[in-house]
Ligand binder design. Structure first.
Ligand code: BYC
Length: 354
Protein backbone atom coordinates (compact mmCIF):
# COMPACT_ATOMS: atom_id res chain seq x y z
CA UNK A 1 0.00 0.00 0.00
CA UNK A 2 2.84 2.32 0.74
CA UNK A 3 6.58 2.54 1.29
CA UNK A 4 8.15 -0.68 0.02
CA UNK A 5 4.69 -2.00 -0.80
CA UNK A 6 3.56 1.06 -2.73
CA UNK A 7 6.62 1.46 -4.95
CA UNK A 8 9.84 -0.52 -4.98
CA UNK A 9 12.50 1.45 -3.05
CA UNK A 10 14.62 1.97 -6.16
CA UNK A 11 11.65 3.55 -7.99
CA UNK A 12 10.24 5.68 -5.20
CA UNK A 13 11.26 9.34 -5.48
CA UNK A 14 13.43 9.99 -2.44
CA UNK A 15 12.38 6.52 -1.21
CA UNK A 16 14.40 3.53 -0.23
CA UNK A 17 15.03 5.02 3.19
CA UNK A 18 15.04 1.66 4.95
CA UNK A 19 17.55 0.43 2.36
CA UNK A 20 19.78 3.33 3.35
CA UNK A 21 19.49 2.34 7.00
CA UNK A 22 20.54 -1.23 6.12
CA UNK A 23 23.50 0.12 4.15
CA UNK A 24 24.51 2.39 7.03
CA UNK A 25 24.36 -0.57 9.41
CA UNK A 26 26.59 -2.63 7.11
CA UNK A 27 29.03 0.29 6.82
CA UNK A 28 29.09 0.63 10.60
CA UNK A 29 30.01 -3.06 10.99
CA UNK A 30 32.70 -2.80 8.31
CA UNK A 31 34.14 0.33 9.96
CA UNK A 32 34.30 -1.50 13.29
CA UNK A 33 36.06 -4.46 11.65
CA UNK A 34 38.54 -2.16 9.90
CA UNK A 35 39.32 -0.12 13.01
CA UNK A 36 42.25 -2.25 14.11
CA UNK A 37 43.56 0.09 16.76
CA UNK A 38 41.58 1.02 19.82
CA UNK A 39 42.47 4.71 19.80
CA UNK A 40 45.50 6.93 19.34
CA UNK A 41 48.90 5.47 20.28
CA UNK A 42 50.44 7.05 23.44
CA UNK A 43 52.93 9.16 21.48
CA UNK A 44 50.47 10.09 18.70
CA UNK A 45 49.00 13.56 18.14
CA UNK A 46 45.36 13.09 19.28
CA UNK A 47 44.07 15.90 17.09
CA UNK A 48 45.60 14.28 14.02
CA UNK A 49 44.11 10.94 15.05
CA UNK A 50 40.64 12.53 15.41
CA UNK A 51 40.94 14.14 11.96
CA UNK A 52 42.11 10.82 10.46
CA UNK A 53 39.15 8.94 11.90
CA UNK A 54 36.69 11.53 10.55
CA UNK A 55 38.35 11.62 7.12
CA UNK A 56 38.39 7.84 6.90
CA UNK A 57 34.64 7.68 7.73
CA UNK A 58 35.40 5.63 10.81
CA UNK A 59 33.60 6.22 14.11
CA UNK A 60 34.69 8.29 17.07
CA UNK A 61 34.00 6.26 20.22
CA UNK A 62 33.56 7.48 23.82
CA UNK A 63 37.11 6.45 24.77
CA UNK A 64 38.64 8.59 21.97
CA UNK A 65 39.93 12.11 22.37
CA UNK A 66 37.58 14.64 20.77
CA UNK A 67 37.54 18.43 20.50
CA UNK A 68 35.52 20.00 23.31
CA UNK A 69 33.27 21.77 20.76
CA UNK A 70 32.53 18.43 19.03
CA UNK A 71 31.51 16.95 22.38
CA UNK A 72 29.33 19.98 23.22
CA UNK A 73 27.65 19.98 19.81
CA UNK A 74 26.83 16.30 20.13
CA UNK A 75 25.42 16.75 23.64
CA UNK A 76 23.25 19.62 22.39
CA UNK A 77 21.91 17.75 19.39
CA UNK A 78 21.47 14.32 21.00
CA UNK A 79 19.84 15.82 24.11
CA UNK A 80 17.50 17.95 22.02
CA UNK A 81 16.65 14.84 20.06
CA UNK A 82 16.02 12.79 23.25
CA UNK A 83 13.84 15.54 24.75
CA UNK A 84 11.85 15.66 21.49
CA UNK A 85 11.07 11.98 21.72
CA UNK A 86 9.82 12.36 25.30
CA UNK A 87 7.81 15.56 24.76
CA UNK A 88 6.64 14.06 21.44
CA UNK A 89 4.69 11.46 23.40
CA UNK A 90 2.20 14.14 24.54
CA UNK A 91 0.38 15.19 21.35
CA UNK A 92 -0.35 11.57 20.40
CA UNK A 93 -0.80 10.40 23.99
CA UNK A 94 -3.82 12.75 24.06
CA UNK A 95 -5.57 10.38 21.67
CA UNK A 96 -4.89 7.01 23.31
CA UNK A 97 -8.14 7.10 25.27
CA UNK A 98 -10.09 8.36 22.25
CA UNK A 99 -8.76 6.11 19.48
CA UNK A 100 -11.72 4.90 17.38
CA UNK A 101 -11.22 1.15 18.01
CA UNK A 102 -9.41 -1.20 20.36
CA UNK A 103 -6.99 -2.13 17.56
CA UNK A 104 -6.17 1.52 16.85
CA UNK A 105 -5.73 2.11 20.58
CA UNK A 106 -3.28 -0.81 20.93
CA UNK A 107 -1.26 0.36 17.91
CA UNK A 108 -1.08 3.95 19.16
CA UNK A 109 -0.14 2.81 22.65
CA UNK A 110 2.73 0.75 21.21
CA UNK A 111 3.87 3.68 19.10
CA UNK A 112 3.91 6.16 21.97
CA UNK A 113 5.78 3.61 24.06
CA UNK A 114 8.36 3.30 21.26
CA UNK A 115 8.98 7.06 21.53
CA UNK A 116 9.85 6.62 25.20
CA UNK A 117 12.29 3.89 24.16
CA UNK A 118 13.88 6.21 21.58
CA UNK A 119 14.30 8.83 24.28
CA UNK A 120 16.10 6.25 26.42
CA UNK A 121 18.50 5.15 23.65
CA UNK A 122 19.32 8.79 23.01
CA UNK A 123 19.82 9.77 26.66
CA UNK A 124 22.11 6.73 26.96
CA UNK A 125 24.08 7.87 23.87
CA UNK A 126 24.40 11.39 25.34
CA UNK A 127 25.62 9.96 28.66
CA UNK A 128 28.64 8.44 26.87
CA UNK A 129 29.78 12.05 26.37
CA UNK A 130 30.19 12.61 30.09
CA UNK A 131 26.88 14.14 31.14
CA UNK A 132 24.30 12.42 33.33
CA UNK A 133 20.67 11.83 32.51
CA UNK A 134 19.65 13.82 35.60
CA UNK A 135 21.60 16.82 34.32
CA UNK A 136 20.02 16.51 30.87
CA UNK A 137 16.52 16.36 32.32
CA UNK A 138 17.28 19.43 34.47
CA UNK A 139 18.48 21.30 31.36
CA UNK A 140 15.16 20.56 29.65
CA UNK A 141 13.01 21.39 32.66
CA UNK A 142 14.66 24.75 33.30
CA UNK A 143 14.48 25.67 29.60
CA UNK A 144 18.22 25.66 28.82
CA UNK A 145 17.84 22.87 26.27
CA UNK A 146 15.23 22.70 23.54
CA UNK A 147 13.04 20.10 21.90
CA UNK A 148 11.62 19.99 18.39
CA UNK A 149 9.29 22.85 17.43
CA UNK A 150 6.77 20.40 15.97
CA UNK A 151 5.48 19.18 19.33
CA UNK A 152 4.16 22.62 20.20
CA UNK A 153 1.21 22.23 17.84
CA UNK A 154 -2.10 20.77 19.05
CA UNK A 155 -3.70 17.49 17.97
CA UNK A 156 -7.30 18.55 17.36
CA UNK A 157 -8.79 15.47 15.69
CA UNK A 158 -8.08 11.76 15.22
CA UNK A 159 -6.78 12.58 11.73
CA UNK A 160 -3.96 14.53 13.39
CA UNK A 161 -2.61 11.21 14.68
CA UNK A 162 -2.45 10.07 11.04
CA UNK A 163 -0.84 13.32 9.90
CA UNK A 164 1.77 13.12 12.65
CA UNK A 165 2.65 9.58 11.60
CA UNK A 166 2.83 10.38 7.90
CA UNK A 167 4.35 13.87 7.95
CA UNK A 168 6.11 14.29 11.31
CA UNK A 169 7.55 10.78 11.49
CA UNK A 170 8.22 11.00 7.74
CA UNK A 171 10.23 14.20 8.24
CA UNK A 172 11.95 12.62 11.24
CA UNK A 173 13.05 9.63 9.13
CA UNK A 174 14.36 11.80 6.30
CA UNK A 175 16.35 13.78 8.88
CA UNK A 176 17.51 10.75 10.84
CA UNK A 177 18.52 8.26 8.13
CA UNK A 178 21.69 10.27 7.36
CA UNK A 179 22.39 10.38 11.12
CA UNK A 180 22.88 6.58 10.92
CA UNK A 181 26.18 7.56 9.25
CA UNK A 182 27.05 10.17 11.86
CA UNK A 183 30.72 10.17 12.94
CA UNK A 184 29.94 9.50 16.61
CA UNK A 185 29.49 5.73 17.08
CA UNK A 186 26.89 5.61 19.90
CA UNK A 187 24.62 8.14 18.15
CA UNK A 188 24.91 6.36 14.77
CA UNK A 189 24.07 3.00 16.35
CA UNK A 190 21.07 4.44 18.25
CA UNK A 191 19.79 6.01 15.02
CA UNK A 192 19.78 2.69 13.14
CA UNK A 193 17.38 1.20 15.62
CA UNK A 194 15.28 4.36 15.87
CA UNK A 195 14.92 4.61 12.07
CA UNK A 196 13.71 1.04 11.72
CA UNK A 197 11.00 1.69 14.30
CA UNK A 198 10.10 5.11 12.88
CA UNK A 199 9.45 3.50 9.54
CA UNK A 200 6.66 1.46 11.13
CA UNK A 201 5.31 4.64 12.76
CA UNK A 202 5.17 6.44 9.45
CA UNK A 203 3.22 3.59 7.90
CA UNK A 204 0.69 3.50 10.70
CA UNK A 205 0.02 7.23 10.21
CA UNK A 206 -0.26 6.80 6.48
CA UNK A 207 -2.70 3.94 6.93
CA UNK A 208 -4.90 6.04 9.24
CA UNK A 209 -5.00 8.84 6.67
CA UNK A 210 -5.59 6.39 3.82
CA UNK A 211 -8.58 4.91 5.65
CA UNK A 212 -10.04 8.35 6.42
CA UNK A 213 -9.37 9.64 2.90
CA UNK A 214 -11.35 6.69 1.49
CA UNK A 215 -14.18 7.00 4.00
CA UNK A 216 -17.12 9.39 4.18
CA UNK A 217 -16.95 12.98 2.93
CA UNK A 218 -16.64 14.16 6.54
CA UNK A 219 -13.74 11.76 7.20
CA UNK A 220 -11.96 12.85 4.05
CA UNK A 221 -12.43 16.51 5.03
CA UNK A 222 -11.00 15.76 8.48
CA UNK A 223 -7.93 14.10 6.90
CA UNK A 224 -7.42 17.05 4.54
CA UNK A 225 -7.75 19.55 7.40
CA UNK A 226 -5.07 17.69 9.38
CA UNK A 227 -2.67 17.67 6.42
CA UNK A 228 -3.36 21.39 5.88
CA UNK A 229 -2.36 22.16 9.48
CA UNK A 230 0.69 19.84 9.75
CA UNK A 231 2.37 20.43 6.38
CA UNK A 232 4.25 23.67 7.08
CA UNK A 233 5.20 22.86 10.70
CA UNK A 234 6.63 19.56 9.33
CA UNK A 235 8.72 21.45 6.75
CA UNK A 236 9.94 23.73 9.56
CA UNK A 237 11.18 20.71 11.56
CA UNK A 238 14.27 20.62 9.32
CA UNK A 239 15.44 23.85 10.93
CA UNK A 240 16.21 27.32 9.58
CA UNK A 241 17.24 27.76 5.93
CA UNK A 242 20.91 26.99 5.25
CA UNK A 243 21.86 30.68 5.23
CA UNK A 244 20.61 31.08 8.81
CA UNK A 245 21.75 27.72 10.18
CA UNK A 246 24.43 28.48 12.77
CA UNK A 247 25.71 24.94 13.30
CA UNK A 248 25.41 23.26 9.88
CA UNK A 249 28.84 24.08 8.42
CA UNK A 250 30.78 22.85 11.44
CA UNK A 251 28.51 19.84 12.02
CA UNK A 252 28.90 18.82 8.37
CA UNK A 253 32.69 19.19 8.54
CA UNK A 254 32.65 16.86 11.56
CA UNK A 255 30.28 14.50 9.69
CA UNK A 256 27.67 14.74 12.41
CA UNK A 257 25.24 16.12 9.83
CA UNK A 258 25.58 14.65 6.35
CA UNK A 259 23.17 16.98 4.50
CA UNK A 260 22.08 20.55 5.04
CA UNK A 261 18.66 21.52 6.42
CA UNK A 262 17.46 22.66 2.97
CA UNK A 263 18.71 19.53 1.20
CA UNK A 264 16.74 17.31 3.58
CA UNK A 265 13.64 19.53 3.39
CA UNK A 266 13.72 19.21 -0.40
CA UNK A 267 14.09 15.45 -0.17
CA UNK A 268 11.05 15.32 2.12
CA UNK A 269 8.90 17.43 -0.22
CA UNK A 270 9.87 15.27 -3.21
CA UNK A 271 8.96 12.15 -1.27
CA UNK A 272 5.57 13.44 -0.07
CA UNK A 273 4.12 14.53 -3.41
CA UNK A 274 3.61 11.01 -4.79
CA UNK A 275 2.40 9.74 -1.44
CA UNK A 276 -0.23 12.54 -1.21
CA UNK A 277 -1.48 11.56 -4.67
CA UNK A 278 -1.98 7.96 -3.56
CA UNK A 279 -3.84 9.22 -0.49
CA UNK A 280 -6.04 11.42 -2.66
CA UNK A 281 -5.21 14.41 -0.44
CA UNK A 282 -3.77 17.77 -1.45
CA UNK A 283 -0.62 19.34 -0.04
CA UNK A 284 -1.64 22.90 0.90
CA UNK A 285 0.79 24.68 -1.43
CA UNK A 286 -0.57 26.19 -4.66
CA UNK A 287 2.99 26.79 -5.88
CA UNK A 288 4.11 23.19 -5.54
CA UNK A 289 5.26 22.05 -8.98
CA UNK A 290 7.90 19.91 -10.63
CA UNK A 291 10.99 21.77 -11.80
CA UNK A 292 12.50 19.84 -14.68
CA UNK A 293 15.76 21.74 -14.57
CA UNK A 294 16.36 21.04 -10.87
CA UNK A 295 14.75 17.58 -11.05
CA UNK A 296 12.93 18.48 -7.85
CA UNK A 297 9.69 20.13 -6.74
CA UNK A 298 9.52 23.88 -6.24
CA UNK A 299 7.60 24.62 -3.07
CA UNK A 300 6.66 27.43 -0.68
CA UNK A 301 8.98 27.73 2.30
CA UNK A 302 7.49 27.52 5.80
CA UNK A 303 7.24 30.69 7.87
CA UNK A 304 10.67 30.79 9.53
CA UNK A 305 9.68 33.73 11.77
CA UNK A 306 7.00 31.43 13.21
CA UNK A 307 9.61 28.66 13.65
CA UNK A 308 11.83 31.04 15.65
CA UNK A 309 8.90 32.14 17.83
CA UNK A 310 8.00 28.51 18.54
CA UNK A 311 11.64 27.59 19.28
CA UNK A 312 11.86 30.53 21.70
CA UNK A 313 8.84 29.23 23.64
CA UNK A 314 5.94 31.09 22.09
CA UNK A 315 4.16 28.36 20.11
CA UNK A 316 0.53 27.29 20.56
CA UNK A 317 1.34 24.59 23.16
CA UNK A 318 4.84 25.30 24.57
CA UNK A 319 3.66 26.20 28.06
CA UNK A 320 1.25 23.30 28.26
CA UNK A 321 3.88 20.78 27.08
CA UNK A 322 6.46 21.94 29.63
CA UNK A 323 3.94 22.16 32.48
CA UNK A 324 2.87 18.58 31.75
CA UNK A 325 6.50 17.35 31.60
CA UNK A 326 7.38 19.09 34.91
CA UNK A 327 4.34 17.57 36.61
CA UNK A 328 5.09 14.07 35.22
CA UNK A 329 8.69 14.41 36.44
CA UNK A 330 7.57 15.46 39.92
CA UNK A 331 4.89 12.74 40.06
CA UNK A 332 7.52 10.14 39.13
CA UNK A 333 9.98 11.13 41.88
CA UNK A 334 8.90 8.26 44.14
CA UNK A 335 9.53 5.73 41.36
CA UNK A 336 13.09 7.02 40.87
CA UNK A 337 13.70 6.99 44.62
CA UNK A 338 12.35 3.45 44.94
CA UNK A 339 14.46 2.22 42.00
CA UNK A 340 17.59 3.82 43.48
CA UNK A 341 16.89 2.32 46.93
CA UNK A 342 16.35 -1.12 45.37
CA UNK A 343 19.58 -0.86 43.35
CA UNK A 344 21.51 0.17 46.50
CA UNK A 345 20.05 -2.76 48.45
CA UNK A 346 21.01 -5.23 45.71
CA UNK A 347 24.53 -3.82 45.51
CA UNK A 348 24.86 -4.11 49.28
CA UNK A 349 23.69 -7.75 49.25
CA UNK A 350 26.09 -8.54 46.41
CA UNK A 351 28.97 -6.95 48.35
CA UNK A 352 28.12 -8.96 51.49
CA UNK A 353 27.90 -12.19 49.46
CA UNK A 354 31.24 -11.57 47.71
N1 BYC B 1 12.99 22.79 16.66
O1 BYC B 1 22.04 25.68 13.25
P1 BYC B 1 20.80 24.93 13.18
C1 BYC B 1 10.63 13.03 16.29
C2 BYC B 1 17.51 25.20 16.64
S1 BYC B 1 11.89 13.68 17.23
C3 BYC B 1 13.66 23.32 17.71
O2 BYC B 1 20.32 24.51 11.84
P2 BYC B 1 21.38 22.18 13.90
C4 BYC B 1 9.48 12.36 16.88
C5 BYC B 1 18.86 24.51 16.76
O3 BYC B 1 18.86 23.58 17.84
C6 BYC B 1 12.45 15.03 16.19
N2 BYC B 1 14.88 23.91 17.56
O4 BYC B 1 20.90 23.66 14.18
C7 BYC B 1 9.39 12.12 18.25
C8 BYC B 1 19.75 25.70 16.97
O5 BYC B 1 19.55 26.19 18.32
P3 BYC B 1 20.75 26.52 19.36
C9 BYC B 1 13.67 15.65 16.65
C10 BYC B 1 15.41 23.92 16.31
O6 BYC B 1 21.44 21.48 15.19
C11 BYC B 1 8.24 11.59 18.79
C12 BYC B 1 19.14 26.76 16.08
O7 BYC B 1 17.79 26.40 15.93
N3 BYC B 1 14.73 15.38 15.73
O8 BYC B 1 10.70 13.26 15.15
O9 BYC B 1 22.58 22.15 13.03
C13 BYC B 1 7.14 11.32 17.98
C14 BYC B 1 19.82 26.88 14.74
O10 BYC B 1 19.60 25.74 13.90
C15 BYC B 1 14.76 23.36 15.21
C16 BYC B 1 16.00 15.71 16.01
O11 BYC B 1 16.28 16.28 17.03
C17 BYC B 1 13.49 22.78 15.41
N4 BYC B 1 12.79 22.22 14.42
O12 BYC B 1 20.17 21.56 13.02
C18 BYC B 1 7.23 11.54 16.62
C19 BYC B 1 17.02 15.27 15.00
N5 BYC B 1 15.54 23.53 14.12
O13 BYC B 1 20.99 25.23 20.09
C20 BYC B 1 8.40 12.08 16.05
C21 BYC B 1 18.44 15.61 15.37
C22 BYC B 1 16.63 24.18 14.53
O14 BYC B 1 21.91 27.01 18.60
N6 BYC B 1 18.71 17.02 15.21
N7 BYC B 1 16.57 24.43 15.84
O15 BYC B 1 20.15 27.55 20.29
C23 BYC B 1 19.08 17.58 14.03
O16 BYC B 1 19.14 16.93 12.99
C24 BYC B 1 19.46 19.04 14.05
O17 BYC B 1 19.69 19.42 15.38
C25 BYC B 1 18.40 19.98 13.40
C26 BYC B 1 18.88 21.43 13.56
C27 BYC B 1 18.25 19.67 11.91
C28 BYC B 1 17.03 19.84 14.09
Amino acid sequence: MYGNDFAPPEDAPGGGLLGEVEAAEAALREAAARARRGGAAPDEDVEAYFADVINADQKIEPRDWMPEAYRRTLIRQIAQHAHSEIIGMQPEGNWISRAPSLKRKAILLAKVQDEAGHGLYLYAAAETLGISRDELVELLLDGRQKYSSIFNYPTLTWADVGAIGWLVDGAAIVNQVPLCRCSYGPYARAMIRVCKEESFHQRQGYEILHTLAHGTEAQKAMAQDAVDRWWYPSLAMFGPPDGDSTHSAQSMAWKIKRFSNDELRQRFVDMCVGQAEVLGLTLPDPDLRWNDERQAYDYTQPDYAELMRVIKGDGPCNRERMAHRRKAHADGAWVREAAAAYAAKRAERKAVAA
